[in-house]
Design a protein around this ligand. Structure first.
Ligand SMILES: Nc1ncnc2c1ncn2[C@@H]1O[C@H](COP(=O)(O)OP(=O)(O)O)[C@@H](O)[C@H]1O
Ligand SMILES: [Mg+2]
Length: 183
């Protein structure tokens, strides 16, 4: 097993790091990721659980692994070819093969957003009608970004390649999806 729930699974006292508004509610789980493979495995567990309208907030410092995680989710959804960073374009969208739960997956990085209001120009309501959104630096769009269904905060671990993933999900994640993600 490449990731394991840590003994401390009590709800966090506050945001796990300071680059986002807190998640909407109550379900919190801390997972030890003992290397990049464990981060990729978590991403691959998340991918098939995604539903249209999901906003997945990815938090953590520069280099924490947010883009690595997002790319692995996108790849696991069947996207082939390049998955460029959305740092300058703000958002990259990928149409998915028909027949799956999602028509598309969108990857945003709001780090360079000058003003949270610029989120309006992304047209997220339309994108979320049939798709899911993975968003890095969600705090930069605070007030204009829909509430996250799930927040994944990547914190530093005990060695260079270790991370701790703090998962915070809203009520709908109880509904069958939480156990698929954390086990
Ligand atoms: N356990 C891990 N999870 C994710 N990335 C890791 C891990 N260990 C090492 N890394 C490395 O850390 C870097 C993370 O970069 P990136 O995903 O761009 O971070 P961010 O988007 O959070 O700024 C990558 O070079 C990746 O290979
Ligand atoms: Mg990044």
């Amino acid at each position: 097993m490449t990731s394991a729930p840590l003994p401390d699974t009590a709800p966090a006292a506050g945001p796990a790091s300071d680059n986002s508004a807190p998640a909407s509610s109550g379900t919190v789980c801390r997972l030890a990721l003992d290397g990049e493979a464990a981060t990729l495995a978590l991403a691959r567990r998340l991918a098939p659980l995604l539903r249209p309208g999901d906003v997945i907030a990815l938090r953590g410092d520069l280099g924490a692994g947010k883009s690595t995680f997002a790319r692995a989710v996108i790849r696991a959804l069947g996207v082939e070819g390049a998955i460029p960073s959305p740092t300058f374009t703000l958002i990259q969208s990928y149409d998915l093969a028909p027949g799956g739960a999602l028509e598309a997956v969108h990857h945003a990085d709001l780090y360079r957003l000058a003003d949270p209001e610029e989120v309006i120009e992304l047209g997220l309501d339309d994108l979320l009608a049939g798709g899911a959104l993975l968003v890095e630096w969600p705090d930069r769009g605070v007030g204009f970004l829909p509430q996250a269904a799930l927040t994944v905060s990547l914190e530093t671990g005990s060695k260079d390649t270790a991370r701790v993933a703090v998962l915070e999900g809203d009520e709908q994640w109880y509904d069958g999806r939480w156990s698929g993600l954390t086990q």
